[in-house]
Design a protein around this ligand. Structure first.
Ligand code: GTP
Length: 417
């Protein structure tokens, strides 16, 4: 049965992975400023913000998610996150428990590389000034490539002989080698299609360089990566952001301040601010009183120190970047994965009937190019389906590909029920 998507947070020690995880979830992963605070990989549930199907049916007031939440058509859908402890250069050789950390990555579908863009920690996570964080982007990908390559080269002689003797297809041979990383035929087909030498050179004659190139392309296919430039609140960050933006495509970069998001969430919980996650809007008691609400919206007044911290945070992060960027990190990861939210419903006709019954209890995230049959398997396993209805009440073919706004509200009728 297809499993739920898993997004891993990777990066060197002290880049801010645990802080990011805390700000994406309500988990209390231990946060520290010394290397290897995170010893065991930690799974947690984050919340991906998506536009909910309820707005299309004017059902915002009846939308009742079993998991996550929906506010005015903005739905937070649970998604599994994995905090992979600090990777350091040489990890593929076992440095800093590197092999163990890399092994944790096997099941990740996408990576969020948390980069300390302030340049105040070196490649090992030790405090410094003026470090060039773009180096981290290069070496971390290199570690993953060398880890996969190292696992493959020792076996490559045998793989080639078997491939030739059994007249196997390239796709089947590569799937055999990469299924341990959770690769499926879709990924392998994309990989093989992207290899410029595949059409001209049989696999058993690939040169060492070609095998290396194949591994690089596999890593890019299997681990699409979002680069989260963290600590944008730090004064040294601006010059580094500029430098990195020139070298990397803007789609892969997200600017963020995990510490700012954690701080705002804490103040919100303590009743000091009204804060809408993913936005620049933070209201304090004083703001609301100044706006004419004598009760200050029921918020607690702040002392001078706290007021100054909020002002700084507005100047350095919220007004400059539009938000803390943390929820954009997850949205971008879902985009590189091409995740499609699907809303399975029991009774399609309830959506059009007037009433007060709860709707859209469930939402599942499936990869792009999933068929209606694939969604059914994901939700109900291999049981036989009698037919599937779409939002308009008409039957939908099991071969149809689902997409946002297209066959994303479905009702499955099982055979014999
Ligand atoms: N200025 C600033 N500091 C941050 C930010 N995010 C994290 N930090 C600080 O960076 C330090 C390291 O943060 P962690 O979240 O523990 O880092 P980590 O990557 O999980 O580290 P390991 O567990 O060693 O792998 C802590 O002192 C955090 O407070 C940020 O957005 N801005």
């Amino acid at each position: 049965m297809p499993r739920d998507p898993l997004i891993a947070l990777v990066g060197k020690p002290s880049a801010g992975k645990s802080t990011m995880l805390n700000s994406l979830t309500d988990a209390t992963s231990k946060v520290g400023n010394f290397p290897f605070t995170t010893i065991d990989p930690q799974r947690a549930i984050g919340y991906l913000r998506i536009p909910c199907a309820c707005t299309r049916f004017n059902k915002e007031s009846q939308c009742t998610p079993t998991y996550g939440s929906c506010t005015s058509g903005q739905r937070s859908v649970p998604i599994e996150l994995l905090d992979v402890a600090g990777l350091v250069p040489g990890a593929h050789l076992g440095r800093g428990l590197g092999n163990k950390f890399l092994d944790d990555l096997r099941h990740a579908d996408a990576l969020i590389h948390v980069v300390d863009v302030s340049g105040t920690t070196d490649a090992e996570g030790k405090e410094t000034r003026g470090y060039d964080p773009s180096e981290d982007i290069v070496w971390l990908r290199g570690e993953i490539v060398r880890w996969v390559h190292g696992n493959l080269v020792g076996r490559w002689g045998g793989v080639k002989r078997r491939h030739k003797a059994t007249k196997a297809k390239v796709q089947d041979t590569l799937l055999g080698q990469f299924s341990g990383y959770g690769a499926n035929m879709v990924i392998i087909n994309r990989l093989v299609d992207s290899l410029p030498f595949n059409k001209t050179t049989p696999l058993d004659e690939w040169s060492d360089e070609q095998v290396e190139e194949m591994v690089e392309r596999f890593v890019d296919e299997k681990f699409p990566t979002v680069i989260a430039l963290n600590k944008v609140d730090h004064p040294d960050s601006a010059q580094n952001i500029q430098r990195i933006s020139k070298r990397y495509p803007s789609e892969s970069l997200v600017l963020c301040s995990a510490v700012a998001e954690c701080f705002l969430r804490k103040l919100k919980k303590q009743g000091f601010v009204k804060y809408e996650e993913g936005t620049e809007f933070v209201d304090t008691y004083e703001d609301l009183v100044a706006d004419g609400d004598a009760s200050g919206g029921g918020l607690k007044p702040m002392d001078e120190k706290l007021k100054n911290r909020i002002e700084n945070l507005r100047d350095l992060v919220l007004y400059r970047f539009g938000s803390t960027g943390v929820s954009d990190v997850l949205t971008r990861a879902a985009t590189v994965l091409g995740l499609v939210p699907i809303f399975p419903v029991r009774n399609i006709h309830m959506l059009t009937a007037p009433g007060t019954q709860p709707v859209f209890r469930d939402c599942v995230l499936v990869p792009k190019n999933t068929t209606v049959a694939g969604v059914a398997r994901r939700i109900m396993g291999d049981g036989p389906i009698a037919f599937v209805e779409g939002a308009d009440g008409n039957r939908v073919s099991e071969d149809e590909i689902v997409g946002v706004g297209k066959h994303d509200v479905l009702s499955f009728k099982m055979a014999g029920k």
